[in-house]
Design a binder for this molecule. Structure first.
Ligand code: NAD
Length: 361
């Protein structure tokens, strides 16, 4: 059976990094027997320009027929001033919500060769391997009512609603317990239960389902402490699970522990394992078109896509090994170069990964 993969390059560096992921997938198809079809569609600012909406109906329809989606990144200053509903980020929020992609998995793994790139001391981060699971379709980013209104005294106010149903909490909780059971069996649930009622319920539901996973040790941490602990002693964590807003912030913090945002993949999964895979970083307009973007986060997103949505674990391992090989060979894009003078371009990095793949034949 051939897998259907929908490629969504997006904006700015998006097309540059997705082109390298495309090379990797085509190498697996040509040389390693991967049965897949790659299709392309617009999402984000490019979709606004070409089709008048950040998530065109044609893209959504293709997405629904695909087994997995690979996204570059969306957004840029040229779309910041347009009406809110047409902004590129709305397209991303909408596709996550339309496809029911409620679980966002963000591994933060530090390749040994890059320990010096972290802003923390190498001994604090060397060997780091944590997984942050963020609830993605609920919480304050979607809660209603929301808006900007005028108060009776004429002063404007912005307002949002933080709401979580017990069913939403249980769904992400179970995904996190299952992930922890496959790793080192430690799950830390992050909330703000000392202040927020939605967190009080979050904690209660997590405790309620813990009994179904006897191999997993559940702990709780307030989000402010979790932020501190992530930069103080990040290796204490195995899997962390949290809501949409807290997860947004903590996963970016964890990203920096590894030295480069250009190295970090992510997966957003639905209940049946279909997923949208994308690098953690944005569309980096400041370096677009210059061949400076690091494509490895996108290529590692391909590895996650193969493993989590296509059940192609062996192909995934091949890709991860190829990335480890190019790093071991000293090949670096500018963002992970540290003090190393010689760097290579986006396309050269993609070519190097393909060469490292072929070397495994
Ligand atoms: P960003 O992640 O695009 O860039 C932050 C910094 O990291 C920049 O200096 C950039 O050059 C660098 N960087 C990012 N990716 C890199 C890579 N692969 N290789 C080398 N360096 C890299 O964040 P930003 O500047 O805050 O946002 C830019 C645009 O991206 C905005 O429009 C924002 O809304 C959008 N954005 C999109 C997503 C997404 O598509 N999922 C996520 C975050 C931000």
């Amino acid at each position: 059976m051939s897998h259907r993969i929908l490629m969504l390059p997006g904006d700015h560096i998006g097309p540059e990094i997705v082109a390298e992921a495309d090379k990797v997938l085509r190498c697996l198809m040509a040389d390693f027997g991967l049965a897949a079809e790659l299709e392309y569609a617009n999402l984000g600012g490019c979709a606004v320009d070409a089709e008048g909406a950040p998530l065109p109906a044609s893209t959504l329809s293709l997405a629904r027929q695909s087994d997995a989606l690979l996204l570059g990144a969306v957004g840029g200053p040229e779309w910041d001033a347009i009406e809110r509903d047409k902004r590129p980020e709305r397209g991303l929020l909408a596709i996550r919500s339309e496809l029911g992609l409620f679980a966002n998995l963000r591994p933060a793994i530090l390749f040994p060769e890059l320990a010096d790139a972290s802003s923390l001391k190498p001994e604090v981060v060397a060997g780091l391997d944590i997984l942050i699971i963020r609830e993605l379709t609920g919480g304050i980013y979607f809660g209603k009512p929301r808006g900007i209104r005028s108060r009776d005294d004429g002063v404007r106010e912005g307002y949002n609603t933080l709401v979580y149903g017990a069913d939403e909490i249980e769904r992400i909780g179970r995904a996190a317990f299952e992930a922890a059971a496959k790793r080192n069996g430690r799950l830390c649930s992050v909330d703000k239960a000392n202040v927020l009622e939605s967190s009080e319920l979050w904690r209660e539901v997590m405790e309620g389902i813990a009994g179904d996973y006897p191999g997993v040790e559940l702990s709780h941490m307030y989000v402010d402490n979790a932020a501190m602990q992530l930069v103080r002693a990040p290796k204490q964590f195995d899997v962390m699970v949290t809501g949409n807003l807290f997860g947004d912030v903590l996963s970016d913090c964890a990203a920096m522990l590894t030295g480069s945002i250009g190295m970090l993949p992510s997966a957003s999964l639905d209940a049946s394992g279909r997923g949208l895979y994308e690098p953690v970083h944005g569309s980096a307009p400041d370096i677009a078109g210059k061949g400076l973007a690091n494509p490895l986060a996108t290529i590692l997103s391909v590895a996650m896509l193969l493993r989590y949505s296509l059940g192609e674990g062996e192909q995934a391992t091949r890709v991860e090994q190829a990335v480890a090989m190019v790093l071991a060979d000293g090949l670096r894009t500018a963002d992970i170069a540290g003090s190393q003078a010689k760097t290579i371009s986006t396309a050269a990095m993609g070519d190097a990964v393909v060469a490292a793949l072929r070397a495994q034949q």
